[in-house]
Design a binder for this molecule. Structure first.
Ligand code: SF4
Length: 208
């Protein structure tokens, strides 16, 4: 990454942290993936049960691998027979890890979900929610963040599943009502009670 980009992310990150804190989220800015990994681990007490939904950014900083290698009770829906039971168990986990489809500079988060397990856990259930987000997710306004989530994150995410929906072919959103639509729920998280939700912002491109 160029020095200019690093500075851009760092300065935007400073403003975003201030705005997140004004909404009573906990927020941390990390320059690198390694720093983000250490910060995220410091927020998870040993022995905790930890689940996750769509959290590619958390994977990219090595968080799931570190948790599995450490003294934590991980709930990984991809490695168990009963995926649905694992997703329900995540709702009662001590800690839930997630990414963000978009963040507005004024400190709001937008997430889109097909199954609904991820947005459900963000909204209610786990005692602690940790959001790992690269600064590439930041948009100037809430409207821009919603647009990013709908027009960039969702069609990109669909390339993983290639379900029966227009964006599987066009890579652009046509606000579909297709059987393979992955945009069933859209959650805006605009405020937080008692620091339940923590943001670990990373000055690198992560996820999509
Ligand atoms: S075309 Fe449908 S599935 Fe694809 S991004 Fe738009 S609403 Fe979501």
């Amino acid at each position: 990454m160029s020095a200019e980009m690093e500075l851009f992310y760092e300065k935007q990150g400073k403003l975003l942290i201030k705005n997140l804190q004004s909404r009573h989220f906990e927020a941390y800015y990390c320059h690198t993936r390694q720093e983000a990994l250490e910060t995220a681990l410091s927020l998870i007490p040993e022995g905790s049960s930890v689940g996750w939904g769509g959290a590619i950014s958390a994977q990219q900083i090595g968080l799931m691998d570190a948790l599995k290698a450490g003294n934590y009770r991980t709930i990984d829906r991809d490695t168990v027979e009963d995926r649905d039971a694992a997703m329900h168990a995540c709702l009662n986990a001590d800690v839930f890890l997630t990414g963000a489809n978009a963040l507005s500079l004024d400190g709001q988060m937008v997430n889109i979900d097909g199954t609904g397990n991820r947005v459900a856990a963000i909204a209610y259930g786990p005692k602690s929610v940790i959001v790992i987000a690269g600064m590439n997710k930041v948009a100037p306004t809430l409207q821009d963040a919603i647009s990013r989530a709908r027009n960039v994150a969702a069609p990109l995410n669909q390339q993983r599943f290639l379900l029966d929906a227009p964006c599987s072919h066009t890579a652009s959103c046509s606000d579909c009502k297709s059987i393979g639509c992955i945009c069933n729920q859209i959650l805006i998280t605009r405020h937080c009670r008692e620091g339940r939700i923590k943001f670990v912002l990373v000055g690198e491109e992560l996820g999509f």
